[in-house]
Write a protein that binds this ligand. Structure first.
Ligand SMILES: *[C@@H]1O[C@H](CO)[C@@H](O)[C@H](O)[C@H]1NC(C)=O
Ligand SMILES: *[C@@H]1O[C@H](CO)[C@@H](O)[C@H](O)[C@H]1NC(C)=O
Ligand SMILES: *[C@@H]1O[C@H](CO)[C@@H](O)[C@H](O)[C@H]1NC(C)=O
Ligand SMILES: *[C@@H]1O[C@H](CO)[C@@H](O)[C@H](O)[C@H]1NC(C)=O
Length: 362
């Protein structure tokens, strides 16, 4: 499909809703008449006159096959009251992924575009849409509130770089329910400033699991608070439940987190807190994280680990983890050897049956 056609198709669906009252909603308008142009960027900027816009997508919206330096493909910004349902977004990320995986200098390729971004939006519902092969993240929810994502399907190959399924950052009151995510990076990732997040009934794999972080990259970033993740099925993922911070002195926090009821099927790190993230040990002067992790519970987690160390709790030397609770954990190792738990600088307790044997100190 030619780029013009692609963009027109998109805006043909959207423009009537943004520019005209509902009575004329079935008319079609050409994006080009409203400043649209071909390529990998469509910004749909609010605020809108209508206080709740419904977009029902029938068919597939296809990105151009080539990549650009645009970091968003389709972005909604400052919209209050938006429902999007149905449709398939095909990000055609293959050209960018091969740039990233084949080039010696990874930085010579652009970052890639996120397929669907919601920035500074409020009251958003995303229902039953599908996203495949995004260049970078599939869906990003940034500085938004009251967002409900339901029955979304995401898919990209296990080796496609940075193709997180749903990334949530700086947002509050976000629920993600009943989704199926297969991708090359995190199924769901939560960044600095997330509060009141609810994630339930997710099938994840392949991918890097459900992750809070990386936190502490910059100083003064907001913390993450009140996150519930429950009823998750992980298959063949790199991680299950993860909290990850940079090994930099920058402060911040992750607290009041509940990971509840997950089955692990051949997962490399079913449970992991890693406060030593620093690729190539570059620019991490103290190799110790300033992010405080506290009040984190892992409850009812069972299944198989693909490595001996099924549980890794490696906390910061300068800010040891507090209030870490393991309750009813039963993880086995598929290979030879005893299944293990690794602890450093971690305080809390265990209750019920915990396998591998718990190494948390009081
Ligand atoms: C919109 O227009 C199409 C084609 O003109 C028609 O088939 C369809 O029924 C209309 N939909 C509504 C909701 O009016
Ligand atoms: C990629 O993103 C990073 C972090 O947002 C930014 O610093 C960098 O300039 C971007 N690189 C390119 C090539 O756009
Ligand atoms: C935590 O977040 C949930 C929504 O995910 C909300 O219902 C609950 O009231 C929040 N709890 C606190 C103490 O803020
Ligand atoms: C636990 O999660 C699984 C999905 O992994 C779900 O099928 C099951 O119903 C959940 N159990 C309870 C008690 O909620």
């Amino acid at each position: 499909m030619a780029p013009q056609l692609i963009t027109s198709l998109l805006l043909l669906l959207l423009l009537p809703l943004f520019f005209f009252p509902p009575s004329s909603a079935n008319q079609t308008y050409n994006i080009v008449d409203y400043g649209g142009h071909a390529g990998r960027q469509a910004l749909l900027n609010g605020p809108c006159r209508n206080n709740h816009i419904h977009i029902h997508i029938k068919g597939t919206i296809v990105a151009p096959s080539s990549y650009t330096s645009n970091e968003q493909w389709i972005m909604f910004k400052n919209v209050n009251g938006l429902t999007i349902s149905g449709g398939l977004f095909d990000g055609r990320g293959q050209a960018l992924w091969s740039c990233k995986t084949n080039s010696n200098n990874h930085n010579s390729c652009p970052n890639g575009s996120t397929s669907l971004t919601f920035a500074y939006c409020n009251n958003v519902r995303l229902n039953r849409l599908r996203s495949v092969n995004s260049e970078q993240f599939h869906i990003s929810i940034y500085r938004s509130s009251n967002v409900k994502v339901r029955y979304i399907t995401v898919s990209a190959p296990f080796n496609s770089p940075n193709t997180d399924g749903i990334h949530i950052e700086g947002s509050t009151n976000v629920a993600v329910l009943g989704c199926r995510i297969a991708t090359g990076d995190d199924c769901i990732s939560m960044g600095p400033g997330d509060t009141n997040i609810w994630i339930e009934n997710i099938r994840c794999g392949p991918g890097h699991g459900i992750s809070i972080g990386s936190l502490g990259y910059k100083n003064g970033q907001d913390g993450v608070q009140n996150v519930t993740v429950k009823n998750i099925h992980f298959t063949g993922t790199q991680n299950g439940f993860r909290i990850k911070t940079w090994a930099k002195p920058n402060n911040g926090f992750a607290q009041q987190i509940l990971f509840h009821n997950a089955s692990m099927n051949n997962v490399k790190n079913p449970i992991i807190i890693d406060q030593y993230y620093c690729p190539d040990h570059y620019n991490c002067p103290t190799e110790s994280s300033g992010v405080q992790i506290s009040d984190v519970t892992f409850r009812d987690v069972w299944g198989s680990s693909a490595t001996e160390t099924a549980v890794t709790l490696e906390c910061s030397e300068s800010r040891p983890c507090k209030g870490i609770v393991l309750q009813n954990i039963k993880l086995g190792y598929n290979g030879d050897g005893e299944v293990k738990m690794l602890c450093s600088n971690v305080h809390g307790r265990s209750s019920g049956l915990v396998i591998p044997p718990c190494c948390i100190s009081e």
